[in-house]
Write a new protein. Structure first.
Length: 233
């Protein structure tokens, strides 16, 4: 049996990782694993139970009583939390911040990374997150770091929230949340957000989704000696 191929797409909140990863997976007939959804599910449960997301002991106890399952269906990835599909519930701004908080805890990352690695061993995957190429799958077949200007990332996040029916969100609050998440992700003790040394940097500011997908696919299809670890402008 040939070794599974893994494509890691890292980057900060709102850079477009999930959208690009899904489309790349579709083009290559790979499965797409949204690791952020896993942290969101834990954040959702902590919010529901009123658990202090900075209390590692309390969150560890919560994890011991949590069943998290990822299923790949024709309609995409589904997230099951304690047997219930919460795929739609984990996309709110509150859950987004909760996910950033719990993901800063080593006990959460260790638990979920083990599941992510297990999934990557079994099938060809495109995986997006903050530390896929540096920590989760340091030997990933291909690595990309996708970024964009913080204001543009906030505008994209706001458009996504409004498309999902969140009429309360506004640009100021979303921008503050994106900056908060950047700080959390970059300063956490275990596997902070950073570009892997061998990752290809792509700045999506001012680029269409189609342009970014094309860049990723062109890098994947290049001969090894022609790959550039920098942004194609």
């Amino acid at each position: 049996m040939s070794k599974a191929v893994s494509i890691a797409i890292d980057g900060p909140a709102g850079a477009g990782k999930s959208t690009i990863a899904r489309l790349v997976a579709g083009q290559l007939c790979f499965l797409y694993l949204d690791t952020g959804a896993m942290y969101r599910a834990i954040g959702l449960k902590a919010l529901r139970l009123g658990v202090d997301m900075r209390d590692e002991a309390a969150v560890s106890a919560l994890l011991d009583k949590t069943a998290l399952d990822i299923r790949f269906t024709k309609s995409g990835q589904r997230v099951l939390l304690d047997g219930t599909d919460v795929t739609g519930e984990i996309r709110s701004a509150a859950v987004s911040r909760a996910a950033s908080d719990v993901s800063a805890l080593p006990v959460v990352r260790v638990r979920l990374v083990a599941l992510q690695r297990e999934l990557a061993e079994r099938q060809n995957l495109v995986i997006d997150g903050r530390d896929i190429g540096t920590y989760v799958l340091p030997q990933a077949t291909y690595k990309f770091f996708l970024t964009a200007d913080v204001e543009e990332r906030a505008r994209r996040r706001l458009a996504d929230l409004r498309a999902r029916g969140d009429g309360q969100a506004n640009l100021a609050t979303v921008l503050a949340d994106v900056r908060y998440r950047d700080k959390q992700d970059s300063e956490r003790a275990l596997a902070p957000l950073r570009q892997a040394d061998d990752a290809i940097l792509i700045d999506s500011t001012g680029r269409s989704i189609e342009e970014v997908v094309d860049l990723v696919l062109r890098h994947i299809n290049r001969p090894e000696h022609d790959r550039q670890y920098s942004t194609d402008r």
